[in-house]
Design a protein around this ligand. Structure first.
Ligand code: FES
Length: 173
């Protein structure tokens, strides 16, 4: 018997004796999905709780300039006069938004006649009464809205933002 034939014969006997089955079982066991021990990390940020103003500082349908979550992130507080999505306060009508356009970062101006925030860059428009929804333009996301809390003294705190601010990899630097 030639050397090559002997090796084939040994391999055949090993296979028939169950060695291959055991090896296949061991291989399968190593690729079977296992339950992970570690729980996945949540992709959440720790936002600061910043006092932006007091309810008494707001006039109906007039923008109050603020900044959140830091001084380099301009925004606005609005008292819209009716309950709206994301609205805080006793009438659920106080909202806050960034005033940096999510398209390419131009500043936004408030239009009190239709309660929209408008971009002079490429004319995107965002509805302040509807969670900053884009109603026209080039932007591919709605306007980031603040999560607000109002305490018993009427102080207005921002404690989060619901979309990524323009030009940032993270809202909290
Ligand atoms: Fe506002 Fe382009 S920067 S629409």
């Amino acid at each position: 018997m030639k050397r090559c034939d002997r090796q084939v014969d040994i391999g055949r006997r090993w296979f028939l004796s169950g060695g291959a089955v055991a090896a296949a079982g061991a291989a399968a066991a190593t690729v079977m999905p296992q339950k992970a021990d570690a729980s996945p990390q949540l992709a959440r940020l720790r936002y600061p709780s910043n006092r932006l103003a007091n309810v008494a500082d707001l006039k109906p349908n007039e923008p109050l300039q603020v900044a959140y979550p830091d001084k380099d992130a301009p925004g606005v507080l609005l008292k819209l006069g009716k309950a709206v999505p994301g609205g805080a306060g006793p009438d659920s009508d106080i909202v806050g938004f960034t005033t940096t356009c999510p398209h390419k970062g131009f500043p936004l101006a408030y239009n009190s006649s239709d309660k929209t925030l408008n971009c002079s860059g490429h004319y995107s428009r965002f509805d302040a009464e509807n969670g900053g929804q884009e109603i026209w333009g080039h932007a591919t996301q709605n306007l980031p809205q603040y999560q607000l809390r109002i305490d018993a003294k009427g102080d207005i705190y921002a404690e989060g933002v619901d979309e990524l601010l323009y030009g940032r990899l993270s809202n909290v630097l």
